[in-house]
Design a protein around this ligand. Structure first.
Ligand code: ARG
Ligand code: ZN
Length: 893
């Protein structure tokens, strides 16, 4: 069944209050729900969603409802003929211990957790499981006190008391109306850390982080991040926390990163637990970003929520934008102005790398959808890079067009209009537009709104004409949006031009920034924002003596692909001199992409591989450039990823691509060995560990340099890696060394280190995940090896982190193993998708997407890929989630 955005209808009842009572029991939990209802439409039937529930009783206004007054099936409870006002009481039962979907109420490590977004609440009790039905909740939790000493739910604790038979109860009240997807409960044995923080208006707030007993010392960074998030939202947006208490709880079994339940965020332990011994720099920054993300949802998501799930990007795109800004501000804090600018550029680069690796391919494949989708079969499949990351870019463009002040005013207006409501993306843009029009008379966001309804990555072609006599440069921008997937998406209108903010600079032939002055204007600037709103437009810059080199799409001002015919020499000039750190990096990436793609073709054709001297020189210059800080230098030197490169090939030969890319890395290592070694020696971080950007940047560069030396099989590199592995004082260095040994080292050295690593960390699941992931992506790991790892006693498909570490990493990030000739990788994928689907369709559907781009591969791979997809599609009892993914993939053949 396909659900369409156009079919939205308001719910015919208001559910004014919800009173829930839980008798928690792992195998049969009883849920009593008391709903105060108001019927809004005469004669409307009440339809309450319910899945995997046993209905025990139904009462209306205290009277047991006769069996002929209602029906119940596998999807819903339906009641006709309710009075305009009534109190409905429903008792139902569910089995948390056998709930392997991790949606609804489930047991993990003996504790109870819930996950309700998007449609998990219906697995807890019969309810109108849709975000526009908002109610006030009170919750009573009862359970055995010894087994479940901690009982948590949303909002404020009203009271706790002991009951008979060793049980106890806790009563919670959430003072804010909310949709049911924000409901949460947690019960079990936990330790916690806490601190009191004061809001800007002077209220005291209790911040708490709960985790398994014994883990509490590892939650301090999360607690710090929570406090920083709270302060940041107040200072940057004037948004204050509205509760007296804010809790984070870590669980080892979780489908996603984390969930923003009102006042009770539930987190994947991977994004809570850290100490220098077992967490990497990347783990620390993920924790800060995700703690921030969920906290920021309190305003963008909870106070103002989504009318329906088509509006998901209303909260997700906006909240990702906010967490990106938060991380950038945190990285820049306490740095000099120059260092701060570089740190911000690094954050921007990292976000764009993610977008290009995950969202661009999605937007060109069978699952392409606008940031506000028009239809879906399973909403769980639409928690995508498009809704989240492209959604954040669409918000960022609004900030670019309105200016930071204007954007902040627009956000204020959004809350003034919609606090407490469930609204749409249109409502958001309308609030922004009101400010935009006031500040830019004659302009509006009519064209801009198309970003919400068109899928696909637009291409912007740039042409530059220099007129020496007139001393002018004419820049022409032309945009087109290719068709995506098969043809046009269902419900999608013809592609129309978008409103594209396009930031541009010009350099002279010596690399100096030219002051830019548009014809008719008196201001000159280093960067000018061109606003492309039609298919093709021109701008004239004056007073430019010689033909310049353009610096295009500075700071990645729009999520588009730029087409401009740069010469290699121009790219080298930009790489050496561009004043915009983003486009400077971009120039290097373009040079590297050209080199790798040329070598991939050579490799596929059986020609010998040889790296061009000009490319080596460009990389040598970056390595030797004293003014670049370490983190930025590492981003510039890193080669573009295979997923991004594959999008530029008409037919993808993934093994040839991997070989070519590794060849480039190895040659760089070999030919510039002295420079890499200098980078290793100059970027040590002795002393106490800190995850701050300066030392983290040094570690990133040092570990990249060391791995590159090893890739080049430079004498002494392996010994250095083994020494670093053994002496490491933090996980970034230990894992960095281990990864390089596994990837580029001698097999025996790699195995020794892997064995040591396992023994050291056997008891910390998050580190064992890293151990599986390293091997899953190792270039010696073929299907046979990954099967052997799947038989390891520490492996289980039931734990999503573990499944992601081994199975997903192999299928998504091991091109040599997964795409090996013969299709054994694809058969393994099919088996694993089916095995996972029986346990957890949400996670299975994500693995299913490993085949998204199958039609783009060389014919020898396409055929077995198709077979594997068909095998999955025809499997009896396949979930709706996986069915949607594989059938959309097969539609494009
Ligand atoms: N709202 C959560 C977040 O982005 C994600 C919830 C995802 N749920 C799901 N069933 N896919 O913070
Ligand atoms: Zn979110």
């Amino acid at each position: 069944v396909t659900i369409s955005r156009q079919d939205y209808r308001p719910y015919p009842f208001e559910i004014e209050s919800v009173d829930l009572q839980f008798d928690l029991d792992p195998t049969r939990s009883l849920v009593h729900s008391r709903l105060a209802l108001q019927r809004l439409t005469p004669d409307a039937e009440l339809v309450l969603d319910g899945e995997e529930l046993e209905l025990v009783s139904v009462k209306v206004d205290g009277e047991v409802l006769a069996a002929d007054r209602y029906t119940v099936d596998a999807q819903a409870l339906r009641i006709k003929g309710l009075p305009e006002h009534c109190v409905l009481e429903i008792t139902s039962a569910c089995n948390p211990s056998t709930n392997s979907t991790l949606m609804g109420l489930y047991v993990s490590n003996g504790n109870f957790f819930t996950q309700c977004e998007a449609e998990g609440f219906r697995r807890i009790t019969f309810f109108a499981d849709r975000p526009d039905v908002m109610s006030r909740y009170t919750v009573t939790l009862r359970g055995n006190k010894a087994a479940y000493p901690v009982l948590l739910s949303n909002g404020n604790l009203l009271g706790e008391r002991d009951l008979e038979d060793g049980r106890h109860e806790a009563r919670w009240e959430d003072p804010f109306r909310k949709p049911c997807y924000l409901f949460a409960l947690v019960a079990g044995k936990f330790a916690h850390v806490e601190r009191t923080a004061r809001t800007s208006s002077g209220r005291n707030i209790l911040l708490q982080v709960y985790s398994d007993p014994g883990s509490e010392d590892k939650t301090l960074y999360a607690l710090d991040s929570l406090e920083r998030s709270m302060i940041w939202d107040e200072t940057r947006y004037g948004l204050e926390l509205d509760l007296d208490r804010f809790m984070i709880v870590a669980t080892r079994d979780f489908n996603m990163g984390a969930m923003e339940n009102k006042g009770l965020n539930i987190f994947n332990a991977a994004y809570v637990l850290a100490d220098p011994d077992f967490a990497t720099d990347a783990n620390y920054s993920d924790i800060e970003a995700i703690v921030g993300h969920e906290y920021f949802h309190n305003w963008t998501g909870n106070r103002v929520t989504c009318r329906d799930w088509f509006q998901l990007s209303l909260k997700e795109g906006l909240t990702v934008f906010r967490d990106q800004e938060f991380s950038a501000d945190m990285m820049a804090a306490s740095l000099s102005a120059e260092e701060a600018a570089s740190a911000r550029a690094v954050k921007r680069i990292d976000d764009v790398v993610t977008l290009r690796a995950a969202q661009f391919p999605e937007d060109a494949g069978p699952m392409a959808h606008p940031i506000r989708p028009e239809s879906y079969q399973e909403i769980g499949n639409f928690y995508t890079a498009t809704v989240y990351e492209k959604g954040a870019e669409v918000i960022r463009m609004q900030q670019t067009l309105l200016g930071v002040d204007g954007f902040n005013a627009g956000l204020k207006e959004y809350f003034r209009r919609h606090d407490g409501q469930a609204v749409t993306c249109d409502d958001f843009v309308a609030a922004m537009e009101s400010v935009y029009q006031a500040r830019h008379p004659g302009k509006d966001l009519t064209v801009f709104r198309r970003w919400y309804r068109q899928a696909g990555t637009p291409r912007v072609t740039v042409t530059l004409r220099h007129d020496a006599a007139a001393r002018t440069v004419t820049v022409e921008l032309a945009q087109r949006s290719d068709k995506v997937g098969v043809e046009r998406l269902p419900g999608e209108p013809d592609k129309q031009p978008l409103h594209i903010p396009f930031a541009i600079g010009l350099l002279d032939q010596t690399g100096r920034a030219l002051p830019l002055r548009l014809a008719g204007s008196t201001d000159a600037a280093d960067t000018v924002l061109l606003e492309l709103t039609t298919e093709r437009q021109q701008w004239v810059f004056e007073d430019i003596a010689d033909a310049p080199v353009p610096s295009l799409l500075r700071d990645f001002s729009a999520p588009v692909i730029v087409e401009y015919d740069f010469s290699d020499a121009e790219l080298a000039l930009l790489l050496a001199h561009d004043t915009n750190a983003f486009t400077r990096w971009e120039a290097g990436q373009e040079l590297a992409s050209r080199e790798i793609l040329r070598l991939t073709a050579d490799q596929a054709a059986g020609r010998p591989l040889s790296l061009s001297a000009s490319f080596v020189n460009a990389w040598a210059a970056v390595l030797r450039e004293p003014t670049l800080d370490a983190a930025y230098r590492e981003r510039v030197l890193a080669l573009p990823g295979e997923k991004t490169l594959a999008e530029r090939m008409t037919e993808v030969d993934p093994v040839a691509l991997a070989v070519a890319r590794d060849f480039v890395r190895a040659e760089l290592g070999r030919q510039l060995a002295a420079d890499w070694q200098a980078a290793v020696d100059n970027n040590q971080t002795p002393g106490e560990y800190s995850p701050d950007p300066i030392p983290a940047g040094r570690r990133a560069l040092k570990n990249f340099a060391l791995a590159t030396l090893q890739a080049g099989q430079v004498a002494g590199a392996e010994a250095q890696l083994e020494a670093q592995y053994a002496a490491a004082q933090n996980m970034t260095d230990r894992l960095g060394a281990l990864a390089a040994l596994v990837q580029f080292g001698e097999a025996a050295a790699a195995d020794r280190a892997l064995q040591d690593f396992y023994q050291r960390w056997e008891h910390e699941p998050l580190v064992i995940d890293k151990w599986f992931a390293l091997q899953a992506t190792g270039r010696r790991t073929d299907v046979a090896a990954v099967r052997k790892l799947a038989d390891h006693p520490a492996f289980t498909l039931r734990n999503p982190n573990r499944a992601r570490a081994l199975i997903f990493q192999f299928c998504l990030n091991n091109p040599r193993g997964f795409h090996a000739a013969g299709g054994a990788g694809y058969r393994f994928w099919a088996e694993q998708v089916l095995a996972l689907d029986a346990l957890n369709p949400d996670v299975a559907a994500r693995l299913a997407r490993a085949m998204d781009r199958w039609v783009r591969f060389v014919p020898a791979l396409r055929a077995p890929m198709r077979q594997a997809l068909e095998q999955v599609r025809k499997h009896p009892g396949l979930s709706r989630a996986v069915t949607e993914i594989v059938s959309k993939a097969l539609e494009i053949s």
